[in-house]
Structures are given as structure tokens and as C-alpha cells.
Design a protein around this ligand. Structure first.
Ligand SMILES: [Fe+2]
Length: 121
């Protein structure tokens, strides 16, 4: 079984192949910021790093394409989201991140469930 460090490296590699270079660098920077914030505030650092890394994974398509993908996959959008299409990448990204992680690892990646750490949220 891979350890969490090699899994996060695999996630980085996969994401790098999917995003444009600027978006990937941004995602990497956000993941480091999330990791640091988690360390300072006692949150699960692996989850925080993964969340930061994947936070913009839905931004690789234009808004109209994301809207079609949401409709295709039954991702419900509110009226306010439909009126403000640039925000729908977040909801599509959450769906895509979950599907991608399952595809890449064969399961939903839950480091805290695998290794409970007292005191971490
Ligand atoms: Fe972002």
C-alpha cells in the first residue's frame, strides 16, 4: 500500500497533466498554504493539502462547458449559481475531485479514517 506522501505526489502528477501550467502552479501554492494553515490550527494536514491541490480542478473548462457537464452528471445548480456561471467551477470541481480521487486510487481517499489522530479536526 502506498503511503500518503507518495499518494499526494501521484495526485500532483495527475493534476499537472490536466491543468495548464499557471493553474497547476496556483493549485500547488494553495495546497502549501492549506498545509501550513492546517499545521497552525490543528487540522488534518493531509486532507488540507489535498483540498488545496484539488480546489480548482474544475476550472480547466470554459463556464459553458462546465454548465453542460453539470447537467450531464446531474450536478444540481441553484438559481444564483446559474446567474453567476463563473462560480459553478467550484461545485463541478468538488464532484470532479471526488471522482478523480476514486479513479486514481480505487477508493475515496480518507487519510484521517485510515489513521485517526486525536485532537485533529
Ligand atoms: Fe484558485
Amino acid at each position: 500500500m502506498e503511503n500518503q506522501c507518495s499518494q499526494i505526489m501521484m495526485f500532483r502528477s495527475k493534476l499537472k497533466s490536466k491543468l495548464d501550467p499557471m493553474r497547476y502552479e496556483h493549485s500547488l501554492s494553495v495546497s502549501f498554504t492549506c498545509l501550513n494553515l492546517a499545521m497552525c490550527h490543528g487540522y488534518d494536514m493531509d486532507r488540507a493539502e489535498l483540498a488545496g491541490l484539488m480546489h480548482d480542478c474544475g476550472k480547466r473548462y470554459p463556464d459553458e462547458v462546465i454548465l453542460k457537464k453539470c447537467n450531464k452528471h446531474g450536478i444540481e445548480l441553484s438559481e444564483s449559481e446559474l446567474e453567476t456561471l463563473p462560480v459553478i467551477h467550484a461545485k463541478y470541481g468538488a464532484w470532479l475531485a471526488e471522482k478523480s480521487i476514486i479513479l486514481w486510487t480505487g477508493r475515496f481517499w480518507m487519510p484521517s479514517a485510515a489513521t485517526p489522530q486525536a485532537g485533529l479536526r
